[in-house]
Design a protein around this ligand. Structure first.
Ligand code: ATP
Ligand code: MG
Length: 429
């Protein structure tokens, strides 16, 4: 039988790449914790109906991209294509929205969409997202945007730009929808096939089309911003003012309509100039209609999701990862020596050192070569002689200085060793 490979559209995250992922999580976790966001983890699969209701049947995600199957109990189940619907379901189910007050939440995890795989577009991909549930205040919109820009900035990313728009409330959109349909109908035959179909089902999405002729036509379409009622207008102005106050640059893009049906008021995207076709790293907005749509009380909410694969592509362009941290590389040969080295390794790890133990059983020369290739700062050697005298030889990799230390003493001098290693790292940083 042939070799089994990962499915199309899925990728292994190998050890030499995983540092980027951990780095993003560390930066994001710190920023989110300071802003008092709390992590939530929801299941990877849910009832299909959750996404049909929460995302909307007329969207690409529900219409074409979901991984839906029947389980052994004949229930229709879907691998989550995004995080928001599950988070909101969970809040409603656990009575957390009916308590009133504001929930600030974040999540990260794998999402699944049946799409044509390409750079920055996979079938299993990962998002990190936030949701603020229970506030209609424009400060909530500006806060989540500010957090997204902080995370991206703290990762050192440049050439990013923020587009914002308002899609108003349902009433505004009904008026706009009619105006848009009136404008587009004479061009119907020139629109791409998807857009022709959307003309009756979901005309706003036509503005989002990637087809060139459709985009040209959409250029002169009426702007949603001319259809906003006073509340929507005020809300949008407030968000802009708050962003300006924080020194966050943005562009208004009245063609920006997120792909999902439940968005109201603010919609925004952060794009990168360095990603080619899949340029959007973060997308989000307000979704005041969703909680009620999913059976909760009428509760406003706002959030975003960052696509982590696209972030990783950017980080890889920007800088390489530091080598894994190894303090000591342990070399040993012979039965008694190997047993002692094994014990020393474990003891040093308990004292907080990063210790790599050579398990090869090969000759000293080969083990030393591996120690050189590792990023270890010092080598600890236990040979026959050391085993007999219960000592280790400590050899600093760069200076080549070495000394014999009784194994028992080694553990008594861990503070000094920690200091030496720290000083070495500081010097070579
Ligand atoms: P796109 O227009 O690129 O398909 P989208 O509007 O479908 O994006 P959202 O549902 O808003 O995307 O998801 C938020 C973010 O998640 C996107 O901006 C992107 O960074 C990332 N993302 C979405 N789909 C994929 C995918 N198939 N592979 C990798 N990342 C993705
Ligand atoms: Mg998409």
């Amino acid at each position: 039988m042939g070799e089994i490979q990962a499915l199309r559209g899925t990728r292994d995250i190998l050890p030499n790449e995983v540092g980027y992922w951990q780095w993003i999580e560390t930066v994001a976790r710190e920023i989110l914790t300071r802003a008092t966001y709390r992590e939530i983890r929801t299941p990877i699969f849910e009832q299909t109906a959750l996404f049909e209701r929460g995302i909307g049947e007329a969207t690409d995600v529900v219409g074409k991209e979901m991984y839906t199957f029947h389980d052994r109990g004949d229930r229709s189940i879907t691998l989550r294509p995004e995080g928001t619907a599950g988070v909101v379901r969970s809040l409603i189910e656990h009575g957390l929205v009916s308590q009133g007050g504001v929930q600030r939440l974040w999540y990260t995890g794998a999402m699944f969409r049946y799409e044509r795989p390409q750079a920055g577009r996979q079938r299993q991909f990962h998002q990190l997202g936030v949701e603020v549930v229970g506030s209609a205040d424009p400060r909530a919109d500006a806060e989540v945007i500010a957090i997204a820009t902080d995370i991206l900035q703290n990762l050192g990313l440049k050439n990013l730009h923020l587009d914002i728009n308002s899609v108003g409330n349902l009433e505004d959109r009904q008026h706009y929808r009619q105006a848009l349909v009136d404008y587009l109908t004479p061009y119907k035959d020139e629109l791409d096939t998807d857009s022709q179909e959307r003309l009756s089902r979901n005309p706003l999405r036509i503005l989002d089309s990637k087809d060139k002729r459709t985009q040209e036509i959409a250029q002169n379409a009426p702007s949603i911003l001319d259809y906003l009622g006073p509340y929507s207008q005020h809300h949008f102005e407030k968000v802009q003012q708050l962003l300006t106050d924080l020194g966050i640059k943005y562009q208004i893009n009245s063609r920006l309509v997120r792909g999902l049906d439940y968005y109201t008021h603010t919609a925004f995207e952060i794009q990168s100039d360095d990603l080619g076709a899949q340029a959007t790293v973060c997308g989000g907005g307000r979704y005041d209609g969703l909680v009620a749509e999913l059976g909760g009380s009428d509760t406003p909410a706002v959030g975003w999701a960052i696509g982590l694969e696209r972030l990783i592509l950017l980080l890889q362009q920007l800088q390489s990862l530091p080598l894994p941290v190894v303090d000591f590389y342990l070399v040993s040969k012979g039965e008694a020596a190997e047993a002692q080295a094994f014990k020393v390794a474990q003891q040093l790890r308990r004292c907080g050192f990063a210790v790599e133990l050579d398990l090869s059983g090969s000759g000293f020369k080969k083990q030393f070569a591996r120690a050189d290739r590792s990023s270890a700062i010092a080598c600890l050697i236990v040979g026959e002689e050391e085993a007999a005298s219960q000592t280790v030889k400590l050899k600093w990799m760069v200076s080549k200085e070495q000394q014999a230390i009784a194994q028992a003493d080694l553990l008594a001098m861990t503070d000094k060793l920690h200091q030496q290693i720290k000083a070495f790292r500081a010097l070579n940083a």
